[in-house]
Every structure is written in structure tokens, then in C-alpha cells.
Design a protein around this ligand. Structure first.
Ligand code: KE4
Length: 428
């Protein structure tokens, strides 16, 4: 058994100072039992806790570290950048460079605004859509997470197709009533609501692949239907690619599925592990954003030189010839191995993958929305998670989170992961 004494002591101390002992809820291991690991350092595909235990890491800070931890190109660039100062509160060439790289990889984005988190990106994109259309309501989908802005912490109300109800205390009912939550992959429910309410609907926002329900793949007819109905009624189509961007494909889910949204939100990978978010899209929509237009959005550290440097270096390496393909092949190798290990162990699981992100559901039914994802055996997943941790593999501590592959994972790491999974499947 691995020792976690130092993590435990730190958790006791942090729990007195920080709500739940963590700075983001999912890190607290509530869904999988036990206490969170406190991390000392990370390098490549490995992460090391304060008790000296090492783990092959498939969380990668929830997606950003697609090159692996502490990539030398990123670390050296950051060291040099820090010596030139850490923030100026004034525009820099670095922001222009990252904006150029993002808009060239995401041609649907004529313009982009850099912010500090995915939450800021989605919150601001929705405000832009509302400012552009003059309409107040938004449509989101069950199981999709777009950050913690009030209007997005909303679940389907009793009249699902009419108004939402707060999904968290502290969210005023008045905010929730402007959010309509519908089932993912159900284009008929979207069509009937938009036909009836289109004069009040500013935008539809979705994760094109739902990483916040594990890894729920879209039906192509759903994405195509969304694009058709939003075009028909002047509703802004927002792809929240904070997670899927540079993960499903270098050009995101929009490149992979061939759907051109009106706006896109990005984050994670474009910060290379430092705090960054971005939103952008059609020029006519982005032109409403201050100071060009009247829709206000701002940020002290937006476009921060260190975050820009880490993002630029990450995208430079990631855009290298054959690099993304290499990472995708590693993810495919893991998929093949995990499916085989589950079969040999007699485990009833379903594995889904989109490019370099993936999820093992503990059920043998097909998963196409949150309702079907929720049928998974969460207790079994929790036991599997703990066994994998004991076996030296760090997975996301929730059945409803995606796993991520990096450039740094070796065939040996993947083989070790598959062997640990076989042992863990057997024990679950
Ligand atoms: P942040 O504000 O956490 O940077 O981004 C919010 C966000 C927006 N959109 C999507 C599709 C996202 O996945 C996220 C954040 N993802 C979670 C993981 N599921 C971050 C982990 C956490 O909350 O600690």
C-alpha cells in the first residue's frame, strides 16, 4: 500500500483554510472516496505526490498538458519570459502571436479575445451573442459544463423546454429562467423550442463532444441539425471547445465533424498549463465587444505574457509535422489495450474516444447523452479509480470526466497502464 501521510496532513491543514481543502471541487475525490493527493512535481507523463509516489498521469491538469508536464521548450520559454517581467497591463506582441495561431487553426474565428479561464470565455461569448442579437434566452444541454457563471449553473426545469432552475444555491431564479436545458443529441427537442422561442433565443452553446459527462460523442445529424436551425433563425451557435479544442483534432471538434460554429470558446491547451481562456468567432459578432463595440468585457491579466508564452510554445510543438497524429495513435493504443483488458477480466464496460480524449463507462449500454451516461455503475468506477491509483495510474476522479493522452506517454507507460487496468478490472 502506498503511503499518503504527507498528503493527509496537508489535507487536514488545507481543510481548515480552503473550502473542502481544495481550490476546485472535483479535486477533492468526493466522487471516488478517499482523500486527495497533494502533488509535489510532474515531468512528462508522470506526476509525483508529496509522499514520493509516482503515477502515470491521464488527467494532465484536466487537459492542458498535451505535450506532457514541464516540456523543456515550454519551461525554457517561460524562464526567459519571466526575466522580461510577468505582466504589463498593456498590449504585447505575444497576444497578437497567439491570436494569429488560434485563428489560423480555427478558421471560423475571424477575431478572438484572450481571457483567463474557460468560464470567462463562455460567459463572455454568451454576453456577446446577447449583445449582438438583442435576445436574452440561451439553450444549453444536460451534462455539458461550461464553467461556473451563474446563467450556466442551470438544469432543466419541470417545463424543460421553457425555463431552467438553478443547479446551485446562490444562482438567482431570475438568471435561471433565461436558460433552457435540453437533452444532448436530441435535435427534435431543439427544433421545437427554437421554432417557438427563436425571437428570444440569443444562442445555443454546447460541448461538441461532451467531456464533462465522460466522453459523449455527438450524432452527426445533431450537429448538422443545430447548424441548420441556428442559421435559419439567426441564433448564434457557440461551440465550447475549452476541452475538445486541440484534443479531438488539432482544429477541434469543428474540424473533425466539419461544422462551422458562429463562435468558439477555447482554454486549457492554449495556455500550456497557465491560466488562459479565449472566445471568438464571426467578425460581425466580435465587433460588438468593447472597446470596438458596446458589450463590456475586461480582465487585469488577460493576455498575460507568461500564459501567452506557454500557449505559443505549446501550439508550436503541437502543430509540428505528425505530432498530433502521434498523440492520437498513443490514445488508440490505450483504447485497444483497455478494451482487451476489460474483456479478459470479464468487466462490463464501454470505452469511448474522440481523438486524444477518452472515457471508460462502467456499464455495457451505449452512451449518447447524460441520461445514458448516468446509468454507469459509479461505485464500480470509484473502486477501479482507487485500484488504478494504487497501481500507479492517475485517472480523473469521476466517472463523468474525460481522460487525456500526451506526447510524453511512452509505449511502456501505456503497457503498464493496461496491466494495472486488467488487475483493477478483476478486483472490481
Ligand atoms: P475553467 O473556468 O475551469 O478554466 O473552464 C471551465 C470549462 C468550460 N468549458 C468546458 C468544456 C470545460 O471542460 C471547463 C472546465 N473543465 C473542468 C473539467 N471537467 C475543469 C476542472 C475543474 O473544474 O477543476
Amino acid at each position: 500500500m502506498k503511503s499518503h501521510r504527507r498528503s493527509l496532513n496537508l489535507f487536514k491543514k488545507s481543510s481548515r483554510l480552503i473550502p473542502g481543502g481544495v481550490n476546485s471541487p472535483v479535486r477533492a475525490f468526493k466522487a471516488v472516496g478517499g482523500r486527495p493527493l497533494f502533488i509535489e512535481k510532474a515531468k512528462g507523463a508522470k506526476i509525483y505526490d508529496v509522499d514520493g509516489n509516482s503515477y502515470i498521469d491521464y488527467v494532465l491538469s484536466w487537459g492542458p498538458l498535451i505535450l506532457g508536464h514541464a516540456h523543456p521548450r515550454v519551461v525554457n520559454a517561460l524562464k526567459n519570459a519571466a526575466e522580461r517581467g510577468t505582466s504589463y497591463g498593456a498590449p504585447t506582441g505575444l497576444e497578437v502571436k497567439l491570436a494569429e495561431m488560434v485563428t489560423s487553426l480555427y478558421p471560423s474565428m475571424d477575431m478572438v479575445r484572450l481571457v483567463n479561464s474557460g468560464t470567462e470565455a463562455t460567459m463572455s461569448a454568451i454576453r456577446a451573442a446577447r449583445g449582438f442579437t438583442g435576445r436574452d434566452k440561451i439553450i444549453k444541454f444536460e451534462g455539458c459544463y461550461h464553467g461556473h457563471a451563474d446563467g450556466l449553473l442551470v438544469k432543466a426545469g419541470s417545463g424543460a423546454a421553457t425555463f431552467g432552475v438553478p443547479d446551485s444555491p446562490g444562482v438567482p431564479k431570475s438568471y435561471a429562467k433565461n436558460t433552457i436545458t435540453l437533452p444532448f443529441n436530441d435535435i427534435d427537442s431543439v427544433s421545437s423550442v427554437v421554432k417557438k422561442e427563436h425571437r428570444n433565443i440569443a444562442c445555443i452553446i454546447l460541448e461538441p463532444v461532451v467531456g464533462n459527462s465522460g466522453c459523449v460523442l455527438p450524432k452527426v445529424k445533431f450537429l448538422k441539425g443545430l447548424r441548420k436551425i441556428t442559421k435559419q433563425y439567426g441564433v448564434v451557435l457557440i461551440f465550447d471547445e475549452v476541452m475538445t479544442g486541440f484534443r479531438v483534432s488539432l482544429g477541434g471538434a469543428q474540424e473533425y465533424y466539419g461544422i462551422k460554429p458562429d463562435m468558439t470558446c477555447l482554454g486549457k491547451v492554449i495556455g500550456g498549463g497557465l491560466p488562459v481562456g479565449a472566445y471568438g468567432g464571426r467578425k460581425d459578432i466580435m465587433s460588438v465587444i468593447a472597446p470596438e463595440g458596446p458589450v463590456y468585457q475586461a480582465g487585469t491579466l488577460s493576455g498575460n505574457p507568461l500564459a501567452m508564452t506557454a500557449g505559443i510554445e505549446t501550439l508550436k510543438v503541437l502543430s509540428g509535422k505528425g505530432v498530433f497524429k502521434k498523440i492520437e495513435k498513443k490514445a488508440a493504443l490505450l483504447e485497444e489495450g483497455l478494451k482487451d483488458a476489460a474483456k479478459r477480466a470479464g468487466a462490463r464496460t464501454r470505452f469511448y474516444r474522440a481523438g486524444t480524449m477518452f472515457c471508460t463507462y462502467f456499464q455495457d449500454g451505449s452512451v449518447h447523452d447524460f441520461e445514458t451516461a448516468a446509468r454507469s455503475d459509479k461505485e464500480k468506477f470509484a473502486r477501479f479509480f482507487r485500484e488504478m491509483l494504487e497501481g500507479g495510474v492517475n485517472l480523473a476522479p469521476s466517472q463523468f470526466e474525460a481522460g487525456f493522452m500526451s506526447l510524453a506517454h511512452t509505449d511502456k507507460d501505456i503497457e503498464r497502464t493496461i496491466n494495472a487496468a486488467y488487475r483493477a478490472f478483476r478486483k472490481c
